[in-house]
Design a protein around this ligand. Structure first.
Ligand code: BGC
Length: 846
């Protein structure tokens, strides 16, 4: 059933794009003495007050205007997976998905499309890409970012930024720097040594500046080594503007500024979304008393004006009607992105591709089957026009004559709360204080089912604390789901028979918390929940229900009746997103659903939505096929269907190591140590100066050993390694050639053959890893330093050449404070994952 996908999609896409971008392309003009002179002349026309006004944003998504010099306010839009701020738009695959394509040329096309979408909406700044390292699978925004590897991140970021900026739109690389978790993001300090920063966390930013010449950088919320990034001298002045020569605008994340003078003196050029700190009140006085120099203010204004002149914002409208706001060309780009990213992780007995001619009935089940899950939650969340769900993608591909049976398979949270049978009701003790002391008002309820949305940012003016006490009797033996959800910044903990099973500290956002209990028939447990609402009212749901009762009867029936079953599982915009980290386990009930479907139908395929690894242990051995989708954007459903039925050959490769369990993941031991502690004491409102709280420090004790660097250095193996992904064909790697010896610092050309040894066309990603066994400093066992995707028809061989520059062999010498190559032996390995490198050769650098 396979038909010639290799080559056809990229060619079609290129044609569509060539037409679409002809009109819009408008690369920024290079800097020139004329721009410099003009920018200086404009600054000279502004009073100090007018200059200070330009250092703060307005109306959440604009810079401030300067009518005295004819400067309009400049419009921004969130990215990175769509121009999301100004209404419906195209939702492209998220960063993790883009990274799974290992295709910088495609990242550039996505960037161009985004630039064009921005121009069609008059947007000057796109707030993307996000390039933070996926240090832990739990980090809530990994789906926006790219991967666990700095080289892959840098390659994609450069292409994406060049694409956006080629359309006359400023790209904003974010979040600088070390924003590797969402939990407690306004307060937490990421503490890493300089070598770790230089080798792992900074290279993508560095490449964005030095290679792609990005014109805006956004600081992160978190502190770095104890200093807010918006006032971090090391990051902003020494590295970004000093060593890397950044000429553009350094803006804050929204409400990530804490001190106007410190920010002004330590590199921040633009405080977003409004001048709460870098304002006239603070800075006029500071200039007057000499704590901030006027030349420092001038430098910030000059940066803005240079960019304005470079992009021609004063000479042309930013709105470009030659782009469409609804675009067929964009849809093709989004589809190609999704298609290239979907990663086949398991395909036992070659179940896939399915032959549509042999399918009469298909069951499409699971919470992510419908509606489409295009992206995670938060500021990147795009409202797409007609996102294609997995259900509709499959049904459209199969057409009439095949029956498609759909069921989500699991109830909603509210239903779990309502269906829980507490024995003898629930005692509710409400205390008129926040610490469960004194005599409470005691009432009783049948259910704990008050979970509902509530406004954020409302302080608990009349603090209260509520203790729920209940008993539960298991009617049958088996696994039971304990589920709790609250809203906004509410905090809670749940104890079963005195043992804490669930906890949620008072932070931004909430994800339902769940645990599995094994109960015997007739077993009785006591349940106690302590709840701290952040605002007046109650927004808590708590349930305990047998897993066997969770799975809907129709899902079981459909699975049993179908020739093949697809379970669309994973995370969504509620369970994975900005402001909170996620669980390693799948959202509640999904393990049980997959097990139930697999028990009813041995031909069960699981699709997984989520930025990185998740716990598959309960069911992976029971299902023959697994596809990882990341967040595929609006065309994900079509891409999945095309791959399931062989209209496309999967070619995605994991951009992260897929761990078996959270405990074994490389950074688990070094993940936020304050999680679960009473952070209510430490949380300040965003933007307020956190004077009296203890900064929680996350020590990056994992150092360089992030992701596959950890796995390959320790000799242990994750479930699926970084760079891994199956295809419907097979490839071989042969005939590796490189110079045996050369001078340290010279570029080394590495060439080899890749052959399609199977019977269908497909794409392979050749990955080159460098090992430095004779280095004086200890280095990770291998590091990715080159890659290339190649499309081959059956039997075809292509010879690839990857060039390794000096940096490919270097490490950051902390004592010498520079990139260093230790002469001696290096090993060059080539293959198709971080663990499968069939070609290797030694190289001597003198
Ligand atoms: C996010 C940024 C985003 C900004 C504006 C912040 O909460 O961290 O990534 O660009 O909001 O929406």
């Amino acid at each position: 059933m396979l038909f010639g996908f290799a080559g056809v999609f990229p060619v079609l896409l290129a044609c569509i794009l060539a037409l679409a971008f002809e009109a819009a392309a408008q690369a920024p003009a290079p800097d020139s003495p004329a721009i410099e002179a003009k920018a200086s002349a404009l600054v000279a026309k502004l009073t100090l007050e007018q200059k200070i006004e330009l250092l703060g944003g307005e109306d959440r998504m604009y810079t401030h205007p300067a009518p005295a010099i004819g400067l309009p306010r400049l419009k921004m839009s969130d990215g990175p997976m769509g121009v999301r701020t100004w209404g419906l738009t195209t939702a492209y695959p998220g960063g993790a998905a883009l990274a799974a394509t290992w295709d910088p040329a495609l990242a550039r096309i996505v960037g161009e499309s985004l630039g064009k979408d921005a121009r069609a909406r008059g947007v000057h700044f796109l707030l993307g890409p996000g390039v933070n390292i996926a240090r832990t699978p739990l980090a809530g925004r990994n789906f926006e970012y790219f991967s666990e590897d700095p080289f892959l991140n840098a390659s994609l970021a450069v292409a994406y930024i060049e694409g956006v900026q080629s359309q006359g739109v400023i790209a904003t690389v974010k979040h600088y720097a070390l924003n590797n978790q969402e939990y407690n993001r306004h307060n937490v300090s990421s503490d890493a040594d300089e070598r770790t920063m230089r080798e792992i966390y900074l290279p993508a930013f560095e490449a964005a500046v030095t290679e792609a010449h990005v014109d805006a950088v956004m600081n992160s919320y978190n502190l770095v080594n104890g200093v807010h990034s918006t006032q971090n001298e090391f990051l902003n002045l020494q590295v970004l503007k000093g060593e890397w020569g950044f000429q553009g605008i350094l803006m804050s994340d929204w409400d990530a500024t804490y001190d106007g003078v410190a920010a002004a003196n330590n590199g921040l050029d633009l405080e977003m979304p409004s001048p709460r700190f870098m304002n006239a009140q603070t800075l006029l006085a500071a200039v007057k008393d000499g704590t901030v120099k006027e030349s420092t203010i001038d430098d910030k204004v000059l940066r803005l004006l240079r960019a304005v002149l470079r992009y021609g914002f004063l000479d042309r409208p930013q709105f470009d009607p030659s782009g469409s706001t609804y675009s067929v060309a964009d849809r093709a780009v989004a589809l190609e992105g999704a298609g290239e990213s979907v990663t086949l992780l398991k395909n036992e007995g070659h179940l896939l591709p399915l032959d549509p001619a042999r399918i009469k009935t298909i069951a499409v089940l699971g919470p992510n089957a419908y509606p489409a899950v295009t992206g995670g939650g938060g500021s990147s969340e795009v409202q797409a026009f007609e996102p294609v769900s997995i259900l509709t993608g499959i049904a459209d591909l199969l057409g009439t004559g095949v029956s498609v049976l759909y069921a989500p398979g699991l109830p909603g949270e509210d239903e779990v709360f309502r269906r829980t049978n507490w024995e003898g009701g629930v005692k509710v003790a409400t205390y008129q204080n926040g610490d469960f002391t004194g005599s409470p008002e005691v009432t009783a309820v049948d259910k704990i089912a008050d979970w509902k949305p509530s406004p954020w940012g409302v302080d608990n003016l009349h603090p209260s604390s509520i203790r729920y006490t209940a008993a539960f009797k298991a009617e049958k033996a088996g696994k039971y789901l304990l589920l709790a959800a609250a809203n906004g910044e509410d905090a809670f903990k749940v104890l079963v028979d005195g043992k804490q099973m669930l906890a949620h500290a008072r932070t931004e956002g909430q994800v339902p918390q769940s645990a599995t209990l094994d109960l015997a028939a007739g077993q009785k447990v006591s349940v106690e929940a302590d709840y701290l609402p952040h605002a007046p009212g109650v927004r808590l749901g708590l349930g305990l229900i047998a897993e066997a009762d969770l799975i809907s009867e129709d899902a079981r029936q459909f699975a049993a009746a179908a020739d093949v079953a697809v379970v669309a599982a994973g995370f969504n915009h509620n369970t994975e997103g900005e402001g909170h980290d996620r669980s390693f386990g799948l959202p509640w009930g999904q393990d049980a659903l997959i097990e139930a479907v697999a028990a009813a139908n041995p031909r069960t395929i699981v699709t997984l939505t989520g930025s990185a690894g998740a716990d598959t242990r309960r069911w992976l051995a029971k299902v023959p096929a697994l596809l990882d989708l990341y967040y595929p954007g609006q065309e994900g459903g079509t891409a999945v269907a095309d791959i399931l039925f062989g209209k496309r050959n999967p070619e995605g490769k994991l951009p992260v190591s897929f761990d078996r369990s959270w405990d074994e993941s490389a950074s688990a031991a070094w993940y936020d140590p304050v999680k679960g502690a009473d952070t209510a004491l430490h949380v300040t409102e965003p933007g307020k100066n956190p004077v009296d709280y203890v900064i929680p420090h996350v020590k990056y004790g994992d150092g360089l050993l992030v992701g596959y660097r950890y796995w390959t250095t320790t000799g242990k193996h994750p479930l699926f390694p970084f760079g891994f992904g199956l295809s419907y064909t097979t490839f071989s790697f042969d005939d590796l050639k490189l110079q045996a010896a050369t001078a340290a610092g010279a570029t080394v050309a590495v060439s080899f053959d890749v052959t399609n040894t199977g019977s269908v066309a497909g794409a392979e990603v050749a990955q080159l890893y460098v090992s430095d066994p004779s280095a004086k400093a200890s280095r990770p066992e291998r590091e990715l330093k080159g890659f290339e995707k190649v499309r081959l028809i059956p039997g075809e061989t292509k010879r690839l050449t990857l060039n390794l520059d000096a940096r490919a062999f270097s490490y950051w010498d902390a004592a010498a404070h520079k990139w260093t190559i230790d002469p001696g032996k290096f090993i060059i390995r080539v293959g198709n994952s971080s663990e499968n490198t069939p070609l290797n050769a030694e190289l001597k650098l003198n």
